[in-house]
Design a protein around this ligand. Structure first.
Ligand code: AMP
Length: 186
């Protein structure tokens, strides 16, 4: 079973993905974590993407798609929880094509819908806990605008999928995870 957790920055995608990884014994595909790891290890990719990430901008599709390919074609990783990918309509099309080639499919899409004010409050809290440079107040608004412009249109692509569910992401973590749990029967 493969699942996409979709939503704006700060919607709790990573948190819900981690809960599902535990419940389903699956693998979290967080492109944000993968990219941060490249920066931490100071790889060639890390050097290229540092400025974009700090500035809240997207990393080039080419780089992200390559990181993703490695995982999709890994036969040991067969239950995937996507968190932070796809982020553009092009990435959604790329995911579709990679999944087709590897005989996999998306079974569920959970759209965690959270309003802008709640997101800003949440990300300000996260900055204190996780010290992410892109959680800075000025960058949050930019990331939200990019989400509205580049990522939200993907919903047109997914909302007719039979496994699509919109969930109110402004609730508490446990409430959201139990709603998802009821749908997945876990
Ligand atoms: P996240 O941890 O998902 O909030 O992602 C943090 C940052 O990583 C984003 O603001 C982008 O700079 C970059 N990033 C993560 N996933 C993607 C993606 N699918 N496409 C482009 N950039 C991404």
């Amino acid at each position: 079973m493969n699942i996409i957790i979709f939503g704006p920055p700060g919607a709790g995608k990573g948190t819900q993905a981690k809960i599902l990884v535990e419940k389903l014994n699956s693998f979290q595909v967080s492109t944000g974590d993968m990219l941060r790891d490249e920066i931490k290890k100071d790889t060639e990719i890390g050097k290229k993407i540092l400025n974009n990430m700090d500035d809240g901008k997207f990393v080039d599709d080419e780089i992200v798609n390559k990181l993703l390919e490695k995982i999709i074609f890994d036969p040991k990783k067969n239950k995937l929880i996507f968190d932070g990918y796809p982020r553009t309509v092009n990435q959604a099309k790329n995911l579709e094509s990679l999944l087709n080639k590897s005989n996999k499919k998306i079974n569920y899409i959970f759209f965690l819908n959270v309003d802008k004010d709640s997101i800003i409050k949440r990300i300000e809290k996260r900055k204190i806990l996780e010290k992410r440079s892109d959680d800075d107040a000025s960058i949050i608004l930019k990331r939200y605008d990019i989400y509205m412009r580049e990522t939200k249109p993907i919903l047109d692509f997914y909302s007719s999928h039979k496994g699509f569910h919109e969930i109110d992401g402004s609730h508490e973590i446990d409430e959201i995870s139990s709603k998802i749990g009821v749908i997945l029967n876990v």
